[in-house]
Design a protein around this ligand. Structure first.
Ligand code: SF4
Length: 300
């Protein structure tokens, strides 16, 4: 990003809810009703939402910074599955990012492997004539089908493999994979296998998330129903995440197992902290996680 805009520029992501839904009818078990969204207030039009969110980011930077940094924005289509519409509808939605603020330098589209096609990728790629930065964020989570099933993802690793083949035709699109740590049925070996496998795919960056249990999700019901014995026998991922120290250690091991050229966009994502039921330490230590992981990496 620094190569793109220079060191004297701050780039902020501006998350928007463009009114999409998800093709996964029952919702992934960990996902709350906001669809992993930025929870921005509802606006009459997407354009107004973008302008409001940009102006909010500008005022926040003004408060924090004394020196005058240049300020650029990437519009992040975040909530739900942002390719879940016809090509014509997608074009009319994505087009609303054009011509409204000269400081918008890119767009990122969050989606799922089973909701992409060659035509949709061609459309997204076409925005590179408008913006220097265009990216897709893919909810990959794990390479293990059992885990995807456990999470109720409604898609398989083969869906990701198919889209990975298509992505070879779009070498200039940035592709960021969301990967999950602490899927209950995964042990450390399985988690690290996902990290190591990334070298084989057209993925340039990753965002790491802990599998947090949020209120009013299917996972919250599963969490309430599990017994203590089952917990230790069947759910190594759950047990691992119950310890802050172990969570930091597995994050560091996961990062070390990624290919060295991989860009780390986020090291410790989580859901809305006010809604987190588990891990219990998460609402208290969320802000410290990047530092704790970095320290662990430096000293291990
Ligand atoms: S695809 Fe994403 S937004 Fe949709 S239900 Fe699953 S996690 Fe939530």
């Amino acid at each position: 990003m620094r190569d793109l805009v220079g060191g004297d520029t701050k780039v902020d992501r501006v998350s928007v809810d463009a009114g999409f839904t998800c093709p996964n009818g029952h919702r992934c078990f960990f996902c709350d009703s906001s669809g992993s969204s930025a929870r921005t207030p509802k606006w009459p039009t997407l354009r107004e939402q973008i302008l409001h969110n940009i102006s909010f980011k500008k005022s926040r930077l003004r408060l924090r910074q004394r020196e005058q940094l240049k300020h650029k924005f990437i519009i992040h289509f975040q909530s739900f599955t942002n390719t879940n519409a016809t090509l014509q509808e997608l074009k009319s939605i994505y087009d609303q990012t054009i011509g409204i603020d000269d400081n918008i330098i890119g767009i990122t589209i969050s989606t799922r492997s089973d909701n992409l096609s060659l035509e949709k990728l061609q459309l997204i790629d076409s925005y590179r004539t408008r913006f220097p930065y265009v990216a897709i964020e893919l909810g990959v989570q794990s390479i293990h089908n059992q885990s995807l099933q456990f999470l109720g993802r409604g898609e398989t690793h083969e869906d990701f493999l198919k889209v990975n083949q298509l992505l070879k035709q779009f070498p200039h699109l940035d592709v960021v994979a969301h990967l999950m740590l602490g899927i209950w049925i995964e042990d450390e070996e399985k988690m690290l296998a996902t990290a190591k496998s990334m070298q084989h795919f057209n993925v340039k960056g990753v965002k790491l998330h802990f599998l947090s249990v949020l209120k009013d999700t299917e996972l919250a019901k599963m969490y309430r129903m599990r017994t203590r014995d089952e917990n230790s026998k069947r759910y190594p991922g759950l047990e691992l995440l119950s310890s802050l120290q172990k969570s930091v250690e597995i994050s560091a091991s996961f990062i070390s197992a990624l290919p060295p050229q991989m860009v780390l966009h986020r090291v410790a994502g989580h859901g809305n902290l006010r809604e987190v039921i588990f891990p219990k330490w998460l609402p208290i230590f969320a802000a410290d996680l990047p530092r704790l992981i970095q320290e662990h990496l430096l000293h291990s």
